[in-house]
Design a protein around this ligand. Structure first.
Ligand code: NAD
Ligand code: UDP
Length: 312
């Protein structure tokens, strides 16, 4: 039994990760400031004696007496709407917050995994994206607080590793979806499903030809867990589903799967919105023996079922 800290554990991915780690017989300490996360996501977990919730902002120092074995650092708003709401706070989470969490790992001799992102590649000029690609990122636009924040977070991880021998892991997560996304999350899958279920217009930003590759959350959790528990491999490693599609195709699929009467409405494309994105996952296949298993249609059905069941 390990004691594992999950920052951002009340959020979408974090809540699935906490449940998965508890099911494996670990003690889990979830640290979250509830900015985009919700107690509802961890309500069931609260009943487990091996689960502890600490409401805390990682930008502030965190002291934990109990010996921590592993830390998954997920604390950061992930939806463009939310990370741009308070961009300076987003940068703080990825700099001061990251330094605090690596410092905690150093003190405890714990292994720490960073939830990095495909956004480090920006609006990519290489396709699909390999880990060796250095990216095409605007550093003073509205997405920069997140993109540059996540880039500097990787830098901090590697510097603490080189200077202080901190045991690090870096996962570059590509678009992930599933139950426990917030209704007002603002990302494309949850927006389209919520709109489709209410028979409201589906808001496509731009012409809908931009592409993304969507990974179901259970696949991602397996990948994060494998990375954390694989020896002699730090990453960075892409974790995502290589099936690429444009947002217009996604909208049509969601309308069909939810038997919706929604119509498509074209809206303004936000600045610096990446035109295409698809992970090259050869490294994850080789080093982690990992690749996604869940078909997009099955993941979407599961997510539609979740949103149908939400009250209000
Ligand atoms: P989310 O917004 O649902 O979860 C983030 C969680 O972090 C929330 O519970 C939020 O309250 C918490 N948080 C934010 N700032 C905090 C702070 N300063 N202190 C403590 N807690 C804080 O988003 P998610 O999709 O679950 O993303 C989790 C992580 O994975 C993020 O770091 C994100 O950047 C990364 N990621 C996600 C995706 C994706 O497609 N879901 C893709 C790439 C990277
Ligand atoms: N998008 C859209 N309609 C929405 C929300 C998002 O067309 O209601 C588009 C967005 O412009 C982007 C893609 O869907 O091209 C994915 O957006 P999301 O915010 O989910 O994540 P991103 O990959 O851009 O961080």
């Amino acid at each position: 039994m390990k004691t594992i800290l999950v920052t951002g554990g009340a959020g979408f991915i974090g809540s699935h990760l906490c449940r998965f780690l508890l099911d494996k017989g670990n003690k889990v300490i979830c640290v979250d400031n509830l900015f985009t996360g919700r107690k509802e996501n961890i309500k069931e977990l609260m009943k487990n004696k091996d689960f502890e919730f600490i409401e805390h902002d990682i930008v502030e120092s965190l002291y934990i007496e109990e010996k921590i074995d592993q830390i998954y650092n997920l604390a950061c708003p992930a939806s463009p709407v939310h990370y741009q709401y308070n961009p300076i706070k987003t940068i703080k989470a990825n700099t001061i917050g990251v330094i605090n969490m690596i410092g905690l790992a150093k003190k405890h001799g714990a292994r720490i995994l960073q939830a990095s992102t495909s956004e480090v590649y920006g609006d990519p000029l290489e396709h699909p994206q390999k880990e060796s690609y250095l990216g095409n990122v605007n550093f003073n636009g509205k997405r920069s607080c997140y993109d540059e924040g996540k880039r500097v977070a990787e830098t901090l991880f590697f510097d603490y590793h080189r200077e202080h021998n901190v045991d690090i892991k870096i996962a570059r997560i590509f678009n992930t979806f599933g139950p426990n996304m917030a209704k007002n999350d603002g990302r494309v899958v949850s927006n389209f499903i919520v709109q489709a279920l209410e028979n409201k217009d589906i808001t496509i930003y731009g012409d809908g030809k931009q592409t993304r590759s969507f990974c179901f959350v259970s696949d991602l959790i397996e990948g994060l867990y494998k990375l954390m528990n694989t020896e002699n491999f730090i990453g960075p490693v892409n974790l995502g589903n290589p099936r690429e599609m444009c947002t217009l195709e996604l909208a049509e699929l969601i309308i069909k799967l939810s038997n919706s009467k929604s119509k498509i409405k074209f809206d303004i494309l936000p600045p610096d919105d990446p035109k295409k994105r698809k992970p090259d996952i050869s490294l994850a296949k080789e080093k982690l023996k990992w690749e996604p298993k869940v078909k997009l249609e099955d993941g979407l059905k599961e997510t539609i079922k979740y949103f149908k069941g939400l009250k209000g």
